[in-house]
Design a protein around this ligand. Structure first.
Ligand code: MTE
Length: 315
């Protein structure tokens, strides 16, 4: 029996653009949504196809249509409403793009996005994104294991955490320029080094076989599928290896509501609502809620990372 819950993909299986377009129009038809390419238009970005290989880590759940994934977003740099990122993120310039790498590594410097995408094979990873607001959707990401990138930075023995930072560019990010200041900028996040090195953790550079739409965190964002969506920081410009636990934006904004770990846990309620179930985006308002799974369904893969920890205290 395979050690994994998912069948091993055939490595020779390459996702062609045709396959994606067929799948997309199938799903668009199934939900009555419009044809897909229109959803990229608000981000003023030509859809660019990526060649991907499938991953053994993908869920078998059917992905949400592209329309859901690109129109119902959290990206406070572009406004606090779910439709704001699709409306406003077209202003973001994503090329050229570099990520500064620093801290406890032997090879500090800058990673050029185009070079990054040429250097590593791009995997399709179909993951459920479980938002802390108790909704979820299934997204066919295209990404690179974060572990591959970290290994190439030659991490020093004293490093224990990875700190990430989003771009701060108020001239292109209206939410950062707002006088009402929704969050402290730049948006920052962090992982323990073993979480960052886990094979489920990826840097996503695309979805549905094409480069990331701006509203989903172009050109590169983190995806940690066993944690609430807010850990998956968008539009990353800095990766720093540290010895101490780095600050995280939502923890800074409301420490009693959002902890550093933020593992999906149906048994630990948010102070203002239950986390026992989730509304599936696109399922309709009368649809039954989906019971939330511990670690978002990845307990077998990741529960051992937290052995001996009281996950009610370290939420
Ligand atoms: N990253 C940045 N920089 N700014 C944000 O506001 N929102 C987070 C996360 N990453 C956010 C962010 C939250 S709350 C969620 S649920 C996910 O992005 C949503 O990702 P999606 O819009 O691609 O579904």
């Amino acid at each position: 029996m395979s050690a994994y819950r998912y069948p091993m993909p055939n490595p020779s299986e390459i996702t062609s653009k045709e396959n994606f377009l067929n799948r997309r129009s199938f799903m668009a038809g199934a939900t009555g949504a419009l044809a897909a390419p229109i959803f990229f238009s608000s981000a003023a970005q030509a859809a660019t196809s990526l060649t991907t290989i499938p991953s053994k880590y993908s869920t078998k759940d059917e992905p949400n249509p592209l329309a859901d994934i690109t129109s119902y977003n959290n990206f406070y740099e572009f406004g606090t409403g779910k439709g704001d990122p699709a409306k406003n993120a077209g202003s973001l310039t994503t090329t050229p793009w570099t990520i500064e790498t620093s801290g406890l590594i032997n090879k500090p410097g800058t990673i050029d996005m185009e070079a990054l995408m040429r250097k590593y094979p791009l995997e399709e990873r179909i993951y459920r994104l479980r938002c802390v607001e108790a909704w979820s959707m299934v997204i066919p990401w295209v990404g690179i294991p974060l572990a591959s990138v970290l290994k190439d930075l030659d991490v020093q023995g004293s490093a224990k955490y990875v700190a990430f930072e989003t771009l701060k560019r108020p001239e292109e990010m209206p939410g950062q320029a707002s006088v009402f200041g929704s969050l402290p900028w730049p948006y920052v996040e962090g992982l323990r080094l073993d979480e960052a090195m886990h094979p489920l953790t990826i840097l996503a550079v695309g979805l549905y076989g094409e480069v990331l739409p701006n509203q989903n965190g172009a050109p590169v964002r983190l995806i940690v599928p066993w944690k609430y969506g807010f850990k998956s920081i968008k539009s990353i410009v800095s990766i720093k290896l540290t010895e101490n636990e780095p600050p995280t934006t939502w923890n800074k904004a409301a420490a009693n509501e959002y902890g550093f770990y933020s593992n999906v846990n149906p048994e630990v309620s948010h102070p203002r609502w239950s986390q026992a179930s989730e509304r599936v985006i696109g399922a309709g308002i009368f649809a039954k809620k989906r019971p939330t799974e511990p670690f978002n369904g990845y307990a077998e893969e990741v529960a051992s990372l937290y052995e001996g920890m009281d996950l009610r205290k370290f939420f």
